[in-house]
Each structure stands twice: as structure tokens, then as C-alpha cells.
Ligand binder design. Structure first.
Ligand SMILES: C[S@@+](CC[C@H](N)C(=O)[O-])C[C@H]1O[C@@H](n2cnc3c(N)ncnc32)[C@H](O)[C@@H]1O
Length: 248
């Protein structure tokens, strides 16, 4: 199944939990600098699109395009790997939480580089130390995630492809956007089906792994094992779980 097809299947309830987190948006918009025209690739329902600039969106899934609120930026049905725009047509191109879905992430980044003078990409460090072991949910409950990363380019390789620098993105404890890592200090949230349906990871690891992970998290919350293992998190206001901006 292509990623666009995936979102045509799982995307209908996306906006129940997924929306712009203002503190992360401020970091993305600062990275866009003084860009007036901005291309948003893998735009989904329009989260993180700055409303004080001229935005054009690209989104392959019809289900996601249909949920864009009235009045948001015009949206073109296309994929990152083949952007239907002339060279250097935009001041900046941004991509938020989408690169890991692209069939060929490097090709997509090079396309962004071709059509825009500045590139800003929000993604995650998929290395063992950067992500898998850093976040208790992947480390202790969903080890299957490692299998999904086989053959995917590393963060270093992605950054190298467009000569990007990396900027850490801290996740506030009360993050408004329900992406996978968002509830790192609110573990009960992962027991909620609505929360899980807003994140493709659960569909991709499959119902067996999902049910096992949720069951074992529920047990650990009841027994106090989660709290014991993660007592260093309770006083943190924000956490570095390997989320990064690539800025080129
Ligand atoms: C997790 S959603 C993120 C949407 C939005 N950027 C946000 O932050 O809410 C990932 C999006 O990437 C889109 N996508 C999948 N494959 C793509 C590709 N090859 N090129 C561009 N977008 C793609 C999906 O259809 C989906 O809308």
C-alpha cells in the first residue's frame, strides 16, 4: 500500500487528535526566515501552515485533502518525489511529519531543494540511541517499530542529501498535536483508541503488536511499574525524544 493509500484508509479521523502545536509551529516558522512564498509538502489537513505567508500545499491523499478547512491554502494532488513546480518557484518549502512516509525520502528532499531556496523539514532521528531507546513507548512496548525502519535512510543521510543543519525540537509535556511521541508524560493517553488512530505507527505495526503493547502498558500503569521506570520524566516540562528540524 502506498502512503497516500494508507492515509486514504486511516486519515478520516486525523483531526480528532492532530493539530498545530503553537510552540513547535513557532520554531518551524522561525526557520522559514523571511520567506514570503511557502510550499507545504505532505500537507495533510493543513497543520503548521503559517497564515501570514502565501502558502501552496501538496498532498497525495484525497481523504486528507478533503479535511482541509475552508479558506486554507490551495492544495495540489502530488507527491514529494515529483513536485509539479518549476525550479526555485518558492522562497521556502516545508514538510512536517511526512518524510518517513515517502517512498523515496532522498528524492523528495532533493525535489524540495530544487523548487525552493530554503528547506525546513520536521522529522525524527530513527537511530537506536536517537529514538528507539530514548522513548519509553518504543523501548518498552513497541519494539516492532525497529522493523519498520529497516532500509530507511538515517537522519544523517537525510540531512546530508540537502546539506541541512539539525535543530532539536523539544516536545512540551502538554503538546497539542497528538503525534506518536506527544504523550510522553501522559501515558494513559495511549490507552485511548482515538489517540492511537491519529498515528500511523499503530496501523503499520499491526493489531497484534498494538493490542499487546496497550495491554502491557495498561498493566504497568496499574501496577506502578511505568511510574517507577519513568520517574525522571514527571518533573520535565519538555523532552528531547529525537525530533529534529532539518534546515537548509
Ligand atoms: C502524519 S501526516 C502529516 C500531515 C501534516 N503535515 C501534519 O503535520 O499534520 C503524513 C502525510 O504525508 C502524506 N504523504 C504520504 N506519502 C507522501 C509523499 N510521497 N509525498 C507527499 N506526501 C505524502 C500523507 O498522505 C499524509 O497526509
Amino acid at each position: 500500500m502506498s502512503s497516500a493509500q494508507l492515509y486514504d484508509t486511516i486519515g478520516a479521523t486525523y483531526t480528532v487528535t492532530r493539530r498545530t502545536e503553537p510552540r513547535i509551529a513557532a520554531q518551524v516558522w522561525a526557520a522559514l526566515g523571511d520567506a514570503r512564498t511557502v510550499l507545504n509538502v505532505g500537507a495533510g489537513t493543513g497543520s503548521y501552515e503559517p497564515n501570514d505567508r502565501e502558502v501552496t500545499a501538496v498532498e497525495p491523499s484525497a481523504v486528507m485533502r478533503a479535511q482541509r478547512p475552508a479558506g486554507t491554502a490551495p492544495c495540489v494532488a502530488a507527491v514529494a518525489e515529483s513536485l509539479p513546480f518549476e525550479d526555485q518557484s518558492f522562497d521556502a518549502a516545508m514538510a512536517f511529519a511526512t518524510v518517513h512516509h515517502w517512498r523515496d525520502p532522498i528524492a523528495g528532499l532533493l525535489e524540495m531543494r530544487r523548487v525552493a531556496r530554503r528547506v525546513v523539514v520536521f522529522t525524527h532521528d530513527t537511530s537506536e540511541t536517537g529514538w528507539l531507546r530514548r522513548f519509553w513507548l518504543t523501548r518498552d512496548y513497541v519494539p516492532e517499530l525497529a522493523d519498520l525502519l529497516i532500509g530507511r535512510p538515517s537522519l544523517t543521510k537525510l540531512a546530508g542529501a540537502i546539506a541541512a543543519r539539525l535543530e532539536p525540537v523539544l516536545i512540551p509535556w502538554d503538546c497539542a498535536d497528538g503525534f506518536f511521541e506527544a504523550y510522553w508524560r501522559r501515558p494513559e493517553a495511549y490507552l485511548d483508541e482515538n489517540v492511537r488512530r491519529g498515528v500511523s505507527v499503530w496501523t503499520r505495526v499491526g493489531p497484534g503488536a498494538e493490542q499487546r503493547a496497550v495491554g502491557s502498558l495498561r498493566d504497568d500503569l496499574v501496577s506502578g511499574r511505568w511510574a517507577e521506570r519513568n520517574r525522571d520524566l514527571v518533573d520535565l516540562e519538555a523532552a528531547d525524544l529525537g525530533l529534529r528540524l532539518l534546515i537548509a
